[in-house]
Design a protein around this ligand. Structure first.
Ligand SMILES: Nc1ncnc2c1ncn2[C@@H]1O[C@H](COP(=O)(O)OP(=O)(O)OP(=O)(O)O)[C@@H](O)[C@H]1O
Ligand SMILES: [Mg+2]
Length: 355
């Protein structure tokens, strides 16, 4: 029995994650059937890859035939962050996220591990250090030495596993093949997804149209028939850098080209990819400063009832009176004028109005 568990963080098909005494996270296996003992392998893999940006393991135990993995408690995952930031991330945050994610992939690959489930909910930020990105969930990960050799760049396993939206295109055809290239390709799609989800949402509100513009050409529901993998494969195969549009600089398109042309058995050059992403930042006059992640910005929300501005900053909030003088509908400019003098210019840029 899990008596010391406090808050449920997440419940998946095969396991639950709880936070315990605001210090630890405990992942518990719930399924006694097919995937039984997956958590045992996950714990083994996590021990192999312990290092910066990987949650620290406290211990792994088996109680009543059920595995439990106790680890350090981290912050929210990128899926939750994305949702609370208008659906996606800004350009700078997306690129800085990518630079850290490449470091995580390079690290686990150097230990002979392929993650195989790169997606937004499997990256979390640090609880004490929200500038740091952690890679979690090694539930589908593969130890290369088990199927090939520790130093190889790919292996052949028992069948398809992963996420249809983010998995590399070749895994739709060669379902048994797992490669380092596939992890990198998933990261490429994830970055485009994070950024485009934000850009597309802006477009929607400007045109007053609520039609959802997919962030990736295959980001929609497919009929689950025997052609499912073929259909997604074709869309991924036809997806070319020039389709990214002007919002992405040339260097990002070079990154995409490099990833797409990489052979499945090649070792990805993570350093080269990082250089390209750093050049994307330079191109847009940004420096690499992790304290500038979107989720660390001060966001001012206007409470329409009291007309007070409430600052949300790393979970803290404070109110600033906007001195409402009339009953007219408040416009963003009015509120900005009222807040001038109370906030500095940079903070005013982040002003958001929630009605
Ligand atoms: N150490 C941790 N600290 C804080 N939150 C965590 C931690 N580990 C996991 N989580 C949260 O729990 C969620 C589920 O964890 P995880 O991905 O490991 O489980 P899962 O059952 O394999 O999930 P899924 O199948 O949905 O990918 C994560 O997306 C994250 O939000
Ligand atoms: Mg997960």
């Amino acid at each position: 029995m899990l008596t010391d568990c406090k808050t449920l963080i997440s419940e998946g098909a095969y396991g639950k994650v709880f936070s315990v005494s605001s210090k630890y996270a405990v992942k518990v296996e719930t399924d006694k059937g097919k995937r039984k003992r997956r958590l045992r392998e996950e714990a083994r893999i996590m021990k192999l890859v312990q290092g910066p940006g990987i949650p620290r393991i406290i211990h792994h135990s088996t109680i009543d035939g059920r595995d439990r993995l106790k680890m350090e408690l981290l912050g929210p995952d990128m899926r939750k962050i994305r949702k609370s930031h208008g659906g996606g991330l800004g350009f700078r945050s997306t690129i800085m996220f990518g630079i850290q994610a490449l470091e995580r992939l390079e690290h686990i690959h150097s230990k002979g591990i392929i993650h195989r489930d790169i997606k937004d909910s499997n990256f979390v930020i640090g609880k004490n250090d929200p500038t740091k990105i952690y890679l979690i969930d090694f539930g589908l990960s593969v130890r290369l030495e088990r199927y090939n050799s520790k130093n190889s760049n790919y292996c052949t396993v028992d069948g398809f596993a992963g996420n249809l939206l983010f998995t590399g295109k070749e895994s739709h055809i060669y379902k048994n093949r797992v490669s380092k290239k596939n992890d990198l390709e998933s990261l490429l799609y994830l970055m485009i997804y994070l950024y485009k989800s934000k850009v597309n949402k802006r477009k929607i509100s400007k045109s007053q149209s609520f039609k959802r513009i997919p962030a990736l050409p295959w980001d929609r529901k497919f009929e689950d028939d025997e052609n499912l993998h073929k259909k997604i494969y074709r869309l991924k195969d036809e997806f070319k850098p020039q389709m990214l549009g002007k919002k992405f600089p040339t260097e990002f398109k070079e990154f995409m080209k490099y990833v797409q042309e990489l052979k499945f058995d090649m070792e990805p050059k993570m350093n080269y990819c990082q250089q390209l992403l750093k050049r994307c930042l330079n191109r847009r006059n940004f420096n690499l400063d992790y304290t500038k992640f979107d989720w660390l910005k001060k966001v001012y929300l206007i409470d329409s009832k009291s007309n007070n501005a409430i600052t949300l900053y790393s979970g803290n909030s404070r109110s600033i009176s906007t001195k409402k003088r009339d009953n007219k509908c408040l416009h963003k400019r009015n509120i900005k004028d009222r807040l001038r003098g109370k906030l500095d210019q940079k903070d005013l840029e982040y002003l958001k109005i929630i009605k």
